[in-house]
Write a protein that binds this ligand. Structure first.
Ligand code: NDP
Ligand code: 8X3
Length: 253
């Protein structure tokens, strides 16, 4: 990694993505913060200590993603690090209760959206012979649970894309990593459940990871010397051992 890298973060308007944008900016990086919510992007950019560009984009729109990446000004055009973070889940219904539209939205965001950003950024990394793609996967990539068929499938697909990409770019100098968190307290479950109280219940009595915890791991992965490629990191809260295996011993909020 260069001393003042350019870092492109998807889903920077909230949670893990926002924490990554903040931490990289604090460390001296140029940050390209992206997401759909323009006001949040503006507020984030104003709060960051270092240089920042914002791109209001929906990762599902391949043409717009490609056009906005191609339109970056010279200072931000050479992307050193892609934090492929944007993602979501919808509900905890069984597959037989879920609408086709919701299933498609999860796959389009978490899989096709991630691919759209990779397609827009990876070729130039390969051409330059350096770069790092860090995807935010999930413990859900390694397991499946009731009401999680589509979300888990999306994260398993992202994991295969990550592993395949690492093989494809072997020998080019580009590094490919995945950071797979367990329970992190963000807006993720508020959107998933559509109800703040149901979302709070997910973390009842346990101490979840924070977005900053994950950002610090992403920064550590990126900060290894160029010849070191951390392939994958699975990180749980101390109060978690797997999906549904949670110690509710009175911590958290
Ligand atoms: P948040 O809901 O807090 O953040 C999700 C981010 O993704 C937002 O910035 C949102 O921005 C962005 N996003 C969602 N859909 C799109 C889209 N179509 N186009 C562009 N941006 C989009 O959740 P987290 O921070 O928790 O989630 C970040 C990643 O971490 C996700 O991939 C999630 O699957 C993963 N993860 C989360 C865990 C957790 O426990 N929280 C655990 C394991 C993995 P906007 O709405 O402005 O577009
Ligand atoms: C989000 C974590 O366990 O709710 O990726 O699927 S989980």
């Amino acid at each position: 990694m260069t001393t003042s890298p350019t870092v492109f973060v998807t889903g920077a308007t909230s949670g893990i993505g926002r924490a990554c944008a903040e931490l990289f900016s604090e460390a001296g990086a140029r940050v390209i913060a992206t997401g759909r919510r323009a006001e949040r992007l503006e507020e984030l950019a104003a709060s960051l200590p270092g240089p920042c560009r914002t791109l209001q984009l929906d990762v599902r729109d391949a043409d717009d993603v490609a056009a906005q990446v191609a339109g970056l000004d010279d200072e931000f055009a050479e992307i050193d690090v892609l934090v492929n973070n944007a993602g979501m889940a919808i509900g905890r219904d069984g597959l037989h209760e879920m609408s086709p539209g919701d299933s498609a939205a999860v796959i389009e965001t978490n899989v096709i959206g991630a691919l759209n950003v990779i397609h827009a950024i990876l070729p130039a990394m390969v051409a330059r012979g350096r770069g790092h793609v860090v995807s935010i996967g999930s413990n859900a990539a390694r397991d499946v649970y009731a009401g999680g068929a589509v979300y888990c499938a999306s994260k398993a697909a992202l994991d295969r894309i990550t592993k395949g990409m690492r093989i494809d770019v072997l020998g080019t100098g580009v590094r490919v990593s995945t950071v797979d968190p367990g329970m992190v307290r963000t807006e993720f479950n508020e959107h998933r459940m559509g109800d703040p109280e149901a979302a709070a219940e997910v973390y009842r009595g346990m101490t979840p990871l924070t977005p900053r915890d994950i950002a610090e791991i992403v920064a550590w992965v990126v900060g290894r010397p160029d010849h070191v490629q951390v392939a994958e990191v699975l990180v749980y809260a101390t109060d978690q051992a797997g999906h549904g295996q949670v110690a509710r011993r009175g911590g958290g909020s």
